[in-house]
Design a protein around this ligand. Structure first.
Ligand code: PAF
Length: 291
């Protein structure tokens, strides 16, 4: 066990609701010579979030987790209204996972009256989720930039399930000279392959049974793409497979460069396959590397 992990085993989860309090606690850690990790979340925690906390603990002495359901990244009010939340359960899970601090600000703390600033990352946000959710990434890059400025961590941890988000956040931090390492953690999956997501809780029993087809089909397509086949015909076939598996609407199924997100007509490193598709009123996203 690393020194950082040992230290974390001895601490109790503190809860902070104001930026001033967050800064005071982080300043205390810094004064003691500790390094600091930040794990931004919107709550409704699952094993994927806990894997982020685990990775953060392995790299830093102190781990702060944020829970803030950020309204500016929802382009659909109904999606925001039904976003799952269970703060009591989240607090217990974070305590057990060895986090040191839960920052859980109110809406007015993050967006005080008169708030008028946004962080926009161009290019990377034009495709995939950005094409169907135009304001989503401005909301993400704005709130994550704020959290990074508030907590001033050494490293911040994001899951590869939201791969485009990871690239956008990394670009924003780099372009704004925010002195932080943006670390990525592999997608956590259920035993049947479904990528863990807080939104999975909204799936009906029937749709939950259909959902693992998304990952299964991505894996099948990735194998065909890796053996050199043309993306156009393989992806057309993939769309039919998704429809046959019960996905009512497909927002995208695309092969792209895993660093620039440029569209690819054949797989070449670092190619990645991305999909977003709907089961009932739940939108699932997933992505895998095409080796
Ligand atoms: O991935 C999420 O949960 C959110 O987009 C994030 C990074 C916490 C920003 O609100």
């Amino acid at each position: 066990m690393s020194g950082a992990q040992e230290k974390n085993n001895r601490v109790k989860l503190a809860v902070s609701r104001s930026v001033a309090d967050l800064r005071r606690i982080v300043a205390g850690w810094r004064a003691a010579g500790d390094t600091v990790a930040l794990v931004p979340t919107m709550g409704a925690l699952h094993e994927g979030h806990l894997a982020l906390v685990g990775a953060a603990r392995a790299q830093c002495h102190r781990v702060a987790v944020t829970i803030f359901v950020n309204p500016t990244q929802f382009d659909d009010r109904a999606d925001l209204a039904r976003y799952p939340s269970d703060i009591g359960r989240d607090t217990r899970l974070l305590s057990e996972a060895g986090a040191d601090l839960l920052f859980i600000p109110a809406q007015e703390e993050m967006y005080p009256p008169g708030f008028a600033t946004a962080v926009t990352v161009s290019g990377l946000t034009a495709c995939l989720c950005g094409a169907t959710r135009p304001s989503h990434f401005d909301g993400v890059s704005t709130i994550v930039s704020k959290l990074l400025c508030q907590a001033a961590p050494d490293a911040a941890f994001f899951g590869e399930k939201d791969y485009q988000q990871l690239l956008v956040v990394r670009r924003a931090a780099r372009d704004l000279d925010i002195p932080v390492r943006i670390e990525s953690v592999a997608t956590a999956r259920d035993a049947d392959g479904l990528a863990l997501s807080s939104r999975n809780a909204n799936l009906s029993r029937e749709d939950r049974a259909r959902a693992p087809a998304l990952y299964r089909i991505l894996c099948e397509l990735a194998r065909a793409l890796a053996s050199g086949g043309p993306a156009k015909s393989i992806l057309e076939q993939g769309r039919r497979m998704l429809e046959d598996a019960g996905f009512a609407r497909i927002d995208y199924l695309e092969l792209r460069d895993g660093e620039t997100l440029a569209a690819l007509d054949r797989a070449r490193p670092p190619a990645r396959l991305f999909a977003a598709a709907w089961l009932g009123s739940t939108r699932l996203i997933d992505n895998i590397s095409v080796a």
